[in-house]
Design a protein around this ligand. Structure first.
Ligand code: R5P
Length: 326
């Protein structure tokens, strides 16, 4: 008989595991359940007429290992409350363990004080999730890896890079023509890992934020004239960082510009601005929902459902997840 480690994909049929979803990315939750070949658990998650979140777990979870899929995006505070209330309901329903699967961790950019009299909201959210009853967290590309330490429960911070690299390699762009760009100093190590995997060159833009959500480019290190540039970042929110970077690269003689980002928050008029810019393609993942309208243009969506599904399966069977990082 094969050991669990030897069986790459042990089946979950008949196992005591249930996946629930809130309302922030039900399509991703369904894709994960489909990948694992199990149905989603039944729970009612809606609002009372006064705006309060109402949750009812509609099946027995006593002794079950439950996974709650809920990126804290869109209406971030509502998504977060749904997640917390789902955890509370599951904990009071005697689930054996509650793993929160938060593919995008909202408030992650508020992870330190930069001036005086500011909150560290990423830590506050970690406290709330833990107090609500979560026993483990699965997430993807945290804005700052140190946020793992904000939790006193285990955190699997998965990386979307292998999915993006494998897609990008299929474009067949010669390595010597390709340069990976970090749009700020903080993203340099992520960009270096992409460059290593693609066998490409590396360049770094130095960015300053004179005030929240404003971008000012300071400096640039690298050689990009006549090259194809791939800007890599964890988040596109307003698109300010990306599009100011694209302008700089074009002005320095880049031949083509692509971008790859894990979390396409695409706030405000980001989609329109991307469509109008000279960028050829923006690759994002489905950690947060991307509208069909956005996908008709330059935005390509790659799914993290198999990655998260595998992480769930491996956690359930107590198998190593380190394989998912390679
Ligand atoms: C910043 O450190 C992040 O890595 C992203 O560059 C930033 O959050 C993107 O935000 P925006 O699209 O609003 O410039």
């Amino acid at each position: 008989m094969l050991t669990l480690e030897a069986q790459e994909h042990p089946t979950l049929e008949g196992e005591n595991l249930v996946i629930f979803s809130g309302n922030s990315n039900p399509a991703l939750a369904r894709a994960i359940a489909c990948y694992l070949e199990i149905p989603l658990g039944n729970a009612l998650v809606k609002n009372f007429s006064n705006g309060e979140t109402r949750v009812q777990i509609e099946e027995n979870v006593r002794g079950a290992e439950v996974f709650v899929v809920q990126p804290t995006c869109g209406n971030v505070n509502d998504s977060l409350m749904e997640l917390l209330i789902l955890c509370d309901a599951l904990s009071r329903s005697s689930a054996k363990s509650i793993t929160v699967v938060v593919p995008y961790y909202g408030y992650s950019r508020q992870e330190k004080k930069t001036t005086g009299r500011e909150p560290i909201t990423a830590k506050l959210v970690a406290n709330l999730i833990t107090v609500a009853g979560a026993s483990r967290v699965i997430t993807v590309d945290l804005h700052a890896a140190a946020i793992q330490g904000f939790f006193d429960i285990p955190v699997d911070n998965l990386v979307a890079m292998p999915i993006v690299v494998s897609y990008f390699k299929h474009k067949g762009i010669p390595k010597e023509d390709l340069v990976v760009i970090s749009p700020d100093a903080g993203g340099a190590s992520r960009a270096r890992m992409f460059a290593e995997r693609l066998g490409a060159g590396l360049a770094i833009i130095f960015k300053r934020r004179p005030r929240p959500e404003a971008v000012e480019l300071m400096d640039f290190v690298g050689e990009i004239e006549g090259k194809t540039c791939l800007i890599v970042d964890d988040i596109i929110s307003t698109g300010g960082t990306l599009l100011t970077g694209v302008e700089m690269l074009m002005s320095k003689g880049a031949a083509r510009v692509f971008a790859a980002t894990t979390h396409g928050l695409l706030a405000g008029s980001a989609i329109e601005a991307i469509e109008k810019s000279p960028i050829e393609e923006v690759i994002v993942t489905d950690t947060v929902p991307i509208s069909q309208e956005a996908q008709r243009g330059k935005i390509t969506v790659l799914s993290v459902a198999p990655l998260l599904g595998e992480a769930i399966r491996r956690n359930y069977f107590h198998m190593s997840v380190s394989k998912l990082f390679s």
